[in-house]
Design a protein around this ligand. Sequence first.
Ligand code: NAG
Ligand code: NAG
Ligand code: NAG
Ligand code: NAG
Ligand code: NAG
Length: 457
Amino acid sequence: MNPADLNSTSVPLLRNQNITQKNNRQWKNFIKHCYILITILVLSAPIAFSLSKLIMVARHKSPTVSNLIRVFIPSSKKLKTTTEKNLPTTKQLFKYSTETIFPPAALCGKRIVGYFAEFENTALTRKQLQMLTHIIYLFAIPKNGNMTFGGERSRRKFEEMKNEARKANSTLKVMISIGGQSNSRSFSRLVSNETSRNVFVNSIVSFVQKYDIDGIEIFWTWPKYEDANNYLIFIQELRYAFIELQKKLNRKEDYVISIIVNCYDNQLSNLMGFSKFVDFFNIYSIHYQSRQVGPSSPLYGGGSRNIDETMKYYICRTGQPSKFNMMVLFHGTFWKGAELPLRNDSDDIFKDQNSAKGGFAVRWRELLQQKWDMSNIKFHNLTKTSYMWIPGSSLFLTLEDEQSLRVKNRYVADHNIGGITMWTIDQDDGDHTLLKVVSSAELCTGDEKNTIKFKCE
Ligand SMILES: *[C@@H]1O[C@H](CO)[C@@H](O)[C@H](O)[C@H]1NC(C)=O
Ligand SMILES: *[C@@H]1O[C@H](CO)[C@@H](O)[C@H](O)[C@H]1NC(C)=O
Ligand SMILES: *[C@@H]1O[C@H](CO)[C@@H](O)[C@H](O)[C@H]1NC(C)=O
Ligand SMILES: *[C@@H]1O[C@H](CO)[C@@H](O)[C@H](O)[C@H]1NC(C)=O
Ligand SMILES: *[C@@H]1O[C@H](CO)[C@@H](O)[C@H](O)[C@H]1NC(C)=O
């Protein structure tokens, strides 16, 4: 994602669906539910947050122009000051740092994966890194046959992240995600024949060698049915190329390959084939709603499927729960002018968007700054999600908080799923409140790694 793209969006992000909708029949369903919302995610960076800031601040006092501009212009200098400000200072964290921190999930080979994004404005602390088994940088992109970063700022940010990660823990895997929503549009072409695939594979392998990282993720949103076969051949060739590189460099550890798969309407017919060559799949289980106001990642229930159905689908299709990570979201989404039928916990919590404005993204760490009253957060028992519904001002906010994340941790443990991936750890607060909850998940339940805990038909 190129920051220039971000700045061109100045309307509520859901309106993008008019622009991006395509006619392909199979595609349509997916676009309705997933694609738009990836747009929200990936584009969410400065604009949506600024809009949300605008709206929220306006309710209390008018923002100064410089307040707003600060959000729009990420500069590396600012990056430093933000970091210093966000450095953990609480006693609690000080105590935390004297303990050995590592995710207990690592003890049985399960994964705690953090995305770290070029479009965010905070730097990482070592403590955050020590709470992970894998860190994945968003994004690198293929350009004229070579891999590259979105810009010099992005490259520098990545290098800082990598250096810090190497100091944090030698077992922490450092990866880069390749593609992203707009940049993966070329992938169909790049994997389409042997020549172009070779160029793509070689560019990735040289990049991995040059930057000395442990692996890559392919962030293709989304391959179509007719891409699936070429995609699989590409992943297979990439795996063989990594094996060669490993030999050449005398490297002990295998390189890591992951791919992202969507929350439903999966177009990869040969999941078992992919499973042979990838280390894991990151399931994009974070945005199930588009034209509806309601929880963005319901565990159960929901207007259009839910995480439980997604996990069951992938795990029953492959028989390999250990290969899948469930994704959780560190920013909320809110709507203004919403109506809900919701009066109590047993009520339906989804409603057509109608005239509601949104959804606007708000980072977890911004909720307090924006004066959201966190005591209004409630837990919806049917969908197992946290939300805020303020009928007086017609605001509906869906988000993950400590309570909903604990429920998701438990779900992952109970279903013997391979790990949890966070989008993104830099949207957390300075105390790493959400990361601590996910990182402490007790995922080692003593089950064999591919024991299936779903009733597969
Ligand atoms: C890509 O990399 C190769 C080898 O490093 C180099 O020769 C070539 O000029 C690069 N192409 C572009 C467009 O940067
Ligand atoms: C590094 O990570 C491994 C496994 O993830 C863990 O066992 C070890 O304690 C960690 N070391 C430190 C210093 O955190
Ligand atoms: C392979 O695909 C590339 C990219 O689409 C294209 O430029 C090239 O002509 C194709 N080559 C063959 C042999 O089809
Ligand atoms: C919740 O609302 C429904 C109707 O919307 C009602 O039937 C039910 O009794 C209410 N439950 C409680 C606990 O108030
Ligand atoms: C919440 O839902 C569970 C089933 O998922 C049910 O057993 C429990 O009684 C519910 N709790 C409340 C307070 O409604």
